[in-house]
Design a protein. Sequence first.
Length: 109
Amino acid sequence: MAKLDVLAPQKPAIASFGANDSKGSINLRVETQTRQLIDDAATVLGKTRTEFMVEAARRQAIDVLLDQRLFVLDPEGYDAFLHALDNPIAPGPKLRALLRRSPAWQKQV
């Protein structure tokens, strides 16, 4: 599988998956039912609420960032992707009409 990072190189937001010695706190207000659900799930896994929440939030954050930055394609898909980038189709009448419209935030009420 070929890997393609389609964004320009930036400071990697997820480059360091290891633990960091410095710690901070995050305070959350949640409904009682949600807190109980989290506590129950943490207990099933033998974790504290904090461990469970940090691991779940961290896992989700990594997934979100990777979804925005990383494409994994087989060689044929990679070639097709590059071909599509290098040879965009001409805009049709609907796209041209859309681009001529004023954005909603610029319209007067």
